[in-house]
Design a protein around this ligand. Structure first.
Ligand code: GDP
Length: 359
């Protein structure tokens, strides 16, 4: 799937760069453009991808702190500048746009939904969000910001792929190490998902098509991604069990939203050397994903990749009713009540919560 990435805020910029680097290193060429947008000049200076500074008139390059309403405002005022810089990058071959952001901060949390809305207004291709949820131990402001940002993203984006900061790293990591580990995991896993619809030079055609990724996203508002890998035998017949156990692990312990398993649609991609991928194993694993997610729309396919491992990627779409989402929205709602501006109009509801949309 050929995409253009736009990272908003600090986490968004770092993740966008990590994704672009992984795609380049692997020779996938799925990422056709990468832009980092921020109101904090210093955060942009450490990046090597294209950058765009917004909100200079309001915050003079110093960022918006944790104020995501201000983040939304400065993005709204400067969308013209961002769109101008994207001109020529979003060409006819692009099949989707991803706006990438940490949802708990200010610039990304507020700016990403604004940018998604503007992009969706201008371009005919799907506009997705890749959002990072704050971990449980992050403060109330992060939880409240993320709740409002997510609610607005769900309204504006074709789908929002979520990664919880409590997933995809070891519990012993310090915060800094954890971010690095999570960013590497996101770059690899989301990078593989995007590349799975691309033909890779030297290893033949992929049997997963971009349209299968797009059609899976289409079935829900919120998506999660599961991943696991294991050493493969050279003989595909010996890999039937490995394929099953890897797919189970991706679904049960490897998802970007821990414990999100109920889904409206799913896509299972098994990556590895073509001769090592067992047809029977992929089909069995696909049926297992059907049983476990309760979805009858589980697509499946393989992704030829020159590696001595087998990897299973499971894209779950429509996880908004999962326990994990309920738990997060409850946390965000409680955190919002502790904030001074919490006396807002509870009219617009997402899963019956009292969080206001950002705009
Ligand atoms: P912004 O620059 O104002 O948009 O704020 P940040 O991008 O720093 O967003 C803060 C949120 O993103 C918090 O919930 C952090 O935990 C998270 N965050 C910040 N940096 C990173 C990072 O490099 N990786 C990940 N996974 N999360 C991050």
């Amino acid at each position: 799937m050929k995409v253009v990435l736009i990272g908003v805020g600090q986490a968004g910029g770092k993740l966008t760069q990590a994704l672009a680097e992984f795609d380049h290193r692997m020779g996938f060429d799925a990422i056709r453009g990468a832009l980092a947008v921020n109101s904090a000049k210093a955060d942009l200076q450490s990046l090597s991808i294209d950058t765009c500074l917004v909100g200079q008139a309001r915050v003079n390059g110093h960022g918006v702190g944790g104020d995501n309403e201000l983040g939304a405002e400065v993005m709204q005022e400067d969308t013209g500048e961002v769109m101008g810089q994207l001109d020529g990058q979003i060409t006819a071959e692009a099949e989707g746009i991803f706006v990438v952001a940490g949802l708990g901060g200010g610039t990304g949390s507020g700016g990403a939904p604004v940018l998604v809305r503007e992009l969706a207004r201008i371009y005919d291709i799907p506009v997705y969000a890749l959002g990072v949820l704050p971990g449980r131990d992050e403060g109330a402001m992060y939880q409240a910001n993320a709740g409002r940002s997510l609610k607005t993203l769900v309204r504006e984006a074709d789908s929002t792929l979520l990664v919880d900061n409590d997933a995809w790293h070891s519990s012993g990591d310090s915060v800094g190490d954890a971010f690095d580990a999570i960013n590497r995991a996101i770059a690899q896993r989301v990078g593989l998902l995007l590349a799975s619809g691309e033909a890779i030079e030297g290893v033949g055609e992929s049997v997963v098509d971009s349209s299968e990724v797009i059609n899976t996203f289409k079935e829900g508002d919120i998506a999660a991604l599961g991943y696991a890998s294991a050493a493969a035998s050279e003989d595909s017949a010996e890999n039937v069990t490995t394929t099953m156990s890897t797919a189970r692990q991706a679904l049960f312990t490897g998802t970007s939203l821990p414990d999100a398993r109920t889904a409206d649609a799913a896509l299972l991609v098994v990556a590895g050397r073509p001769e090592a991928i067992p047809r029977k194993g992929v089909e069995r694993a696909r049926r297992m994903v059907e049983d476990e997610t309760g979805s009858l729309q589980v697509r499946g396919g393989d992704f030829p990749l020159d590696s001595d491992r087998l990897a299973a990627l499971v894209l779950l779409s429509g996880v908004e009713r999962s326990d994990r989402m309920e738990e997060f929205m409850e946390r965000a709602r409680e955190a919002n009540e502790q904030q001074p501006e919490s006396d807002a109009d509870p009219a617009a509801q997402f899963q019956n919560d009292e969080l206001n949309d950002l705009f």
